[in-house]
Design a protein around this ligand. Structure first.
Ligand SMILES: [Mg+2]
Length: 217
């Protein structure tokens, strides 16, 4: 096993919970849509959800609030919508202390499918722990894929074997980095998933890293 130099983290569902995003997509956008089209909230939510599903999370536009404002013909500033819900951004309880410890030994980065505007707001006080923050859609126009992880390794000047990634979505955070030769952990905070590389929180991830490193020689 090569020496690990870089730890890569997903953002939403990994460092911060999903409530902020849920409010933006499932309350904020439908409310504006209802107002714009003269619909009830319920009907607006039904239509908006249907259109989200039509695009789907495998396409990069799905993550882009500007795209949805254009598609739905919504007036007003999408940034205001983010501002309105920003007090609902929550970091998971163990995150800060784990990052504090890990940042003394490794370079920490974020690799996220969240667009830059969403991402910057959600990182807030965690920002100082990270040397690089990559928004796949904003910085590369793509989603997390083996190609993206390879590009990021090149940009950082590290080999895939020197990086470990963790995140909560199997396709993007587990399969994609592994296909690029990066050791990956699937974070499952619900405790339902089972697997040799599944962990329940970042404290367990930290312990697994120690084991990966093996006994000190
Ligand atoms: Mg996630």
């Amino acid at each position: 096993m090569s020496e690990i130099r870089v730890l890569s983290f997903d953002l939403e569902g990994t460092l911060v919970d999903l409530e902020f995003s849920r409010l933006v997509w499932e309350e904020g956008v439908p409310a504006l849509y209802a107002e714009e089209k003269g619909l009830t909230l319920e009907e607006a939510l039904r239509r908006v959800t249907g259109e989200y599903a039509e695009v789907g999370p495998e396409r990069v536009e799905w993550y882009d609030l500007r795209y949805w404002f254009r598609r739905f013909g919504l007036k007003g500033d999408w940034r205001k919508l983010l501002e309105r819900y920003k007090d609902h951004i929550r970091t998971y309880p163990e995150v800060e202390s784990v990052l504090q410890r890990l940042s003394r030994e490794y370079d920490l980065i974020i690799v996220s499918n969240t667009c830059r505007d969403f991402l910057d707001l959600q990182i807030r006080e965690l920002r100082p722990y990270f040397t690089h923050i990559f928004s796949a859609p904003t910085d590369f126009g793509m989603l997390k894929s083996p190609e993206l992880f390879t590009k990021i390794c090149r940009e950082l000047g590290v080999r895939p074997q020197e990086m470990v990634h963790i995140g909560d979505v199997r396709r993007f955070d587990f399969e994609a980095p592994r296909e690029a030769g990066i050791t990956a952990f699937l974070l499952d905070r619900s405790g339902e998933e089972d697997g040799a590389y599944t962990v329940r929180d970042l404290e367990e991830f930290e312990q697994r890293l120690l084991k990966l490193r093996g006994p000190a020689l």
